[in-house]
Design a protein around this ligand. Structure first.
Ligand SMILES: *Cc1c(COP(=O)(O)O)cnc(C)c1O
Length: 319
């Protein structure tokens, strides 16, 4: 369909979660294991990077450049892809650098990335300046947007929906954390392509639904165009729940702590404090509130993020 370098471990398994289902006493809960995509602890960015790497290589790129928070899973997987394919990687990060480096940030270092810290509101300017400098130095940079969320990256989740269509579950709902929107946009286009009959519900990690829904719709429309389909998606076709954004991005509260523990103790699944733990907290709450029908099958799409558990700022509060 589009140029792709296959390095993710696919298809990721789909598994029932019988003990979590029993603990919550509601609909049948399943999980899709994109925490097991195989690239340096895996996660959803690995699928996006299969397409982004192919595009970078087609341009003859020698350096990958991207940005994210200090505990960014996206930056960790980008650094891993660069290492695997012999490219340089420059990461523009915001937040407080942990000393010593821990969690994903330890892995940014281990994977050999060059790291530049900046203020959150200076990320775009820093990226532009770093890109230009790398170009001048003849390092052939390739810019991967925040979260890998452009039509090229979203292709990873178009393909993931085709993969799901060949697996042994027909969910009424897919529930997962949504943030920069590429995962959800790709899923929506893939759902249309594969004739998926269920609903795709993003649990917002940080943005109000009024921001995230049009963002996803616009990216889904652009992704459809990228594969030659004239489909348009409007904000009201995008399902987003923003009830669980808590005290803000990467601020772990009681619901996330409960979710991390419950998933670990019922299913031995490790969800993270920032993304999957927040979506899991939403899933738990929605199930308890009777939002789903008891006869529904719910697929929790595990997008990864596990290494953040080992960030010192969370570690001590999780036990
Ligand atoms: C990046 C990320 C997400 C959000 O995906 P988007 O495509 O940015 O919406 C969800 N979960 C984890 C673990 C992530 O790293």
């Amino acid at each position: 369909m589009k140029p792709r370098i296959q390095f993710a471990h696919l298809p990721t398994p789909v598994e029932p979660m019988p003990r979590l289902t029993a603990a919550l006493g509601g609909p049948q809960l399943w999980v899709k294991r994109d925490d097991q995509t195989g690239l340096a602890f895996g996660g959803n960015k690995t699928r996006k990077l299969e397409y982004l790497l192919a595009a970078a290589q087609a341009e003859g790129a020698q350096t990958l450049l991207t940005a994210g928070a200090v505990q960014s899973n996206h930056c960790r997987q980008t650094a891993a892809a660069a290492a695997k394919f012999g490219l340089d990687c420059i990461l523009v990060l915001f937040g407080d650098p942990p000393d010593p480096p821990d969690g994903n940030h330890l892995l940014h270092h281990l994977l050999g990335a060059e790291i530049i810290f900046t203020e959150r509101d200076r990320v775009e300017a820093q990226l532009a300046a770093t890109f230009e400098q790398a170009q001048v130095e003849g390092r052939r940079p390739y810019l991967i947007p925040y979260g890998g969320s452009n039509p090229t990256g979203a292709m990873g989740y178009v393909n993931a929906m085709l993969e799901l269509a060949g697996q042994d579950v027909a969910p009424d709902w897919i529930v997962f954390p949504s943030s920069s929107g590429g995962t959800q946009a790709g899923m929506l286009v893939g759902a249309r392509l594969s004739g998926f009959a269920g609903k795709v519900l993003g649990i917002s990690v940080d943005e109000p639904a009024a921001v995230l829904r049009p963002r996803v719709a616009e990216l889904a429309t652009a992704t459809a165009a990228y594969i030659g389909e004239g489909w348009t998606f409007s904000a009201d076709q995008v399902l987003v729940n923003d009830d669980y954004t808590g005290a803000g991005y990467a601020v772990m509260g009681t619901p996330e702590i409960e979710a991390v523990r419950l998933f670990a103790r019922t299913e031995a699944l490790l969800v993270d404090p920032v993304y999957t733990g927040r979506a899991a907290a939403g899933l738990i709450d929605l199930t308890r509130k009777g939002f789903f029908e008891d006869t529904d099958t719910i697929l929790f799409w595990h997008t990864g993020g596990g290494p953040a558990i080992f960030a010192g700022r969370y570690q001590g509060r999780l036990v």
